[in-house]
Design a protein. Structure first.
Lengths: 280, 548
């Protein structure tokens, strides 16, 4: 799937390429955070309330003298880590349940979909807050909470794909040649249903990052990990005196989410077979 | 000599760069006279529909455009006219009927209003007169209760009725030219006959010029005055219908006519030997349609009291129109559907009484060839894997299965490198060969072929039918051949069972069914075969099967 045709189709969407470039920049920033900004981001680095472009704080410092730039670089780690792992966990839950529901249909489908609806009726964010509050905030519980609130759309999507592919003749041929259900699900149907799932997963990473920021903003983030949401939350009381404390982490969130959305859209264009054909 | 209604001179239509050929239509020249039906015949991709679409301004701009030549309507070049004049010509003087009646009507608009649209567009009739005219038109195309029908939405009509509505719509402004693009291809054979009769009588009554696009020489024999045969965008043969049909000159026309499926008079009756391989006994299947938690579902009887016997080496044809339940029976035999009652005995064992595990060994013995070669192969798997997957599922060593897959691919006429390629690199006919190889890999005793050639072009159809016939002879396979086309059944089947509305109405040897049909429905089916009065020229008839 990741062949040259795919890349050519992806590169045709200029926005997607831009998104990918931004995303790579953010990943590099996160990976080399301790090289660019050695030392603990929680440590006091300079005088408090330094405006941007000060001598030892490029983006200014916060009310405790911590370097904002360092916080953003280290926060990128947390944001990306939580975005990716919680999406992976949501994929595991959602695709498994959706695949089983779509493949088996009937009572299994009914049971799984009622269960899914149970989660869909509760507002996402409220459930995430409750879950994190109950399990005490830490990276693991935040990842789990985000995964638990975001799998239902993936399950519905996987179910729809499986339902339609299930009645296709190549799947019926697999049944008549005696292949087992697990082979049919994993080898016949799943590879053919991946495109839309990959696209929504890429968008879900963006949503997860937003969720994590929101949780941190409310003070429900991991107290040991620097995070963009926490920085904005802490700076909100002094926003009129020191705009840079909340604006720069906010920009980081906007850029990351925007980049992920652009990439997701590019993936959609590149993986959508109808568009691929009309390019002819 | 009268001036032709339509004079196509050197028409060329360009395809976008990167298509399989530069020109969809290449230097095409023909004329259409008043009071004449011109049949344009060709296989898919021959450019026949493109020609019609160019006339109607329906080419998918900007990728596909007219590259040269002219289209003269009564001596005036349509392509040189200003846009507004072209529009008034289309729908007014030139009208078109499309292939797919299910999608050609707007589902949210009452039938009468849709017909009235073109009257409003092209005439200055007041509304009441338009309504009266719509009812009159619906009556002319033979629809019952026209006044009531004008108020109906398209979903209430059957396929044949919708096609009649399409024709009424095309006739609304008394066009000089009617273009019909495969108008009967999507219809059942008895409906097709009615529509062809209607088209012929309307054409004769109004002395219209008609361009009828089709791939079926039977239909050509039924209605054509003149015939134009197209291939790869070029006109290969053009002449009076009787000449082209009975004395075809061009090798391609000869090949097309030779591949029209037909009943072979001298085919030997199948000698039934030994115990029956498969006995279907009073199989009944009811589908529950719709319904939900609080709504009672509607019951549709797909198969009722179906009984059928297949002997080793015998080919049984199951013939019926859409919705007759023929696929339901086929799918019940391969275990894709569980019937509600009855028995399916395979070598004496009732398959329906077996659980999943008990049924598994019989999966190998009964294999299926599917209808749609584009949907029946997993697009993400290599062809060799597709063929080998079945045996591997039954515990065969993967390398051995792959080696065997190559042998089978060679046997169905594909070269050895086919195994390493993906399905999209093959044509429809080649894909169907892969589907057959997949079924054979299981070493079955019974092959259920569900409309295996209906999605293929005529000339490819012939090759696949020959392959099936050859293989079942070589391997002494029994075959249940499901088809809607009596001509195809006539060519390959020993025994024919005719189905209607979930019941088998007649079963007998192919010879009996064709020469002395007992049931009235069978007779009406036989009567509806297009071009039955036409006999394929003797030198193009196929050698009787069994003379191998």
């Amino acid at each position: 799937m990741m062949n040259s045709d795919f890349w050519r189709a992806f590169a045709r969407n200029k926005g997607a390429v831009l998104g990918l470039v931004i995303l790579i920049a953010i990943v590099v920033l996160a990976a080399f955070a301790s090289v660019f900004f050695p030392g603990d981001p929680w440590e006091m680095a300079t005088a408090p309330f330094q405006p941007p472009l000060s001598e030892d704080a490029l983006l200014g410092s916060d009310m405790l003298g911590r370097d904002i730039a360092s916080g953003i670089a280290h926060g990128a780690r947390v944001s990306l880590l939580i975005g990716l792992t919680s999406t992976a966990a949501a994929l595991a839950i959602g695709v498994t349940l959706g695949a089983l529901a779509g493949f088996h249909g009937g009572k299994v489908d009914d049971a799984i979909m009622r269960f899914t609806e149970l989660f869909q009726t509760i507002p996402n964010f409220v459930l995430a807050v409750v879950l994190v509050a109950i399990f005490t905030p830490s990276l693991t519980t935040i990842v789990l909470a985000i995964a638990i609130v975001s799998w239902p759309p993936l399950a519905r999507l996987a179910r729809a794909e499986f339902l339609s592919l299930r009645s296709r003749e190549f799947v019926q041929a697999a049944i008549t040649t005696g292949q087992s259900n697990s082979t049919i699900i994993l080898r016949q149907i799943l590879p053919n249903s991946l495109s839309p799932i990959i696209v929504s997963a890429s968008l879900m990473v963006a949503t997860a990052i937003l969720l994590e920021s929101s949780l941190s903003f409310l003070g429900l983030g991991d107290p040991n990990a620097m995070s963009w949401g926490y920085m904005i939350g802490a700076a909100r009381t002094v926003i009129r005196q020191a705009w840079w404390m909340s604006v720069f982490p906010g920009l980081a969130i906007v850029l990351t989410v925007l980049a992920l959305n652009l990439v997701g859209e590019g993936l959609n264009d590149a993986l959508n077979p109808k568009l691929a054909r009309s390019r002819g | 000599m009268t001036t032709p209604l339509l004079d196509v001179r050197g028409l060329s239509i360009a395809l976008p760069p990167g298509a399989d050929r530069p020109l969809a239509v290449d230097n095409l020249t023909f004329t259409l006279n008043p009071d004449e039906i011109l049949c344009v015949v060709g296989e898919s991709g021959s450019g026949k529909s493109m020609t019609a679409h160019a006339m109607m301004g329906l080419l998918p701009a900007p990728h596909v455009r007219v590259a040269g030549g002219s289209l003269l309507f009564k001596g005036k070049d349509v392509l040189a006219m200003p846009e507004a004049e072209q529009r008034s010509l289309r729908g007014g003087r030139i009208a078109m009927v499309f292939q797919e009646p299910m999608t050609a009507l707007n589902p949210l608009m009452r039938v009468g209003r849709q017909i009235g649209e073109s009257l409003r567009e092209h005439t200055d009739l007041p509304a009441p007169a338009r309504r009266a005219r719509v009812v009159e038109l619906l009556a002319q195309v033979g629809l019952p209760n026209p006044a009531e029908l004008a108020e109906a939405y398209p979903f209430r009509l059957s396929g044949g009725q919708r096609q009649r509505v399409m024709i009424a719509m095309a006739l609304a402004c008394q066009p000089d030219i009617l273009i019909a693009d495969e108008p009967t291809t999507a219809l059942d054979v008895t409906t097709q006959k009615q529509i062809l009769d209607l088209i012929r009588s309307i054409q004769a009554e109004r002395h219209m010029g008609m361009m009828f696009i089709t791939h079926d020489f039977g239909v050509v024999a039924e209605i054509a005055h003149r015939v134009a045969v197209m291939r790869h965008g070029k006109l290969v043969e053009y002449g009076a219908a009787s000449d082209v049909l009975n004395r075809p000159q061009h090798p391609y026309t000869r090949q097309l006519i030779a591949s029209v499926p037909h009943y072979i008079e001298h085919r030997d009756d199948h000698a039934k030997t030994g115990a029956p391989l498969l006995v279907a006994d009073k199989v009944r299947k009811v589908f529950n349609v719709g319904g939900g938690l609080f709504k009672k579902s509607k019951q549709v009887v797909a198969g009722d009291d179906l009984s059928l016997t297949i002997h080793p080496g015998e080919t049984v044809g199951l013939v019926g129109e859409s919705g007759s339940g023929k696929s339901t029976l086929g799918r019940s035999i391969v275990g894709l559907i569980k019937p509600d009652s009855g028995r399916i005995l395979f070598e004496g064992t009732d398959l329906l009484a077996l659980d999943r595990k008990g049924f598994r060994p019989y999966r190998r013995a009964v294999q299926m060839v599917f209808q749609d070669p584009y949907a029946s192969l997993n697009p993400r798997h290599r062809v060799g894997d597709i063929v080998a997957q079945g045996p591997v599922a039954f515990g065969e060593d993967r390398n051995r299965a792959l080696a065997r897959a190559r042998e089978l691919l060679a046997m169905v006429g594909l070269d050895g490198s086919a195994a390493d390629r993906f399905p999209h690199e093959f044509s429809g006919g080649q894909r169907q060969r892969i589907g057959i190889a997949r079924a054979l890999a299981m070493e079955p005793k019974l092959l259920v072929a569900d409309e295996p050639v209906s999605a293929l072009d005529v000339s490819v159809q012939g090759q696949v039918l020959d392959l099936l016939d050859d293989i079942r002879r070589r391997l002494n396979l029994a075959m249940l051949f499901i088809t809607h086309d009596l001509r195809v059944a006539a060519q390959v089947c020993d025994t024919i069972a005719v189905m209607r509305r979930g019941k088998i109405v007649e079963m007998g040897t192919a010879r009996e069914v064709f020469t002395h049909p007992r049931d009235t429905y069978t007779r009406s089916l036989l009567d509806a075969i297009p071009g039955k009065a036409w006999h394929i020229p003797v030198d193009l008839q196929q050698a009787p099967a069994g003379a191998h």
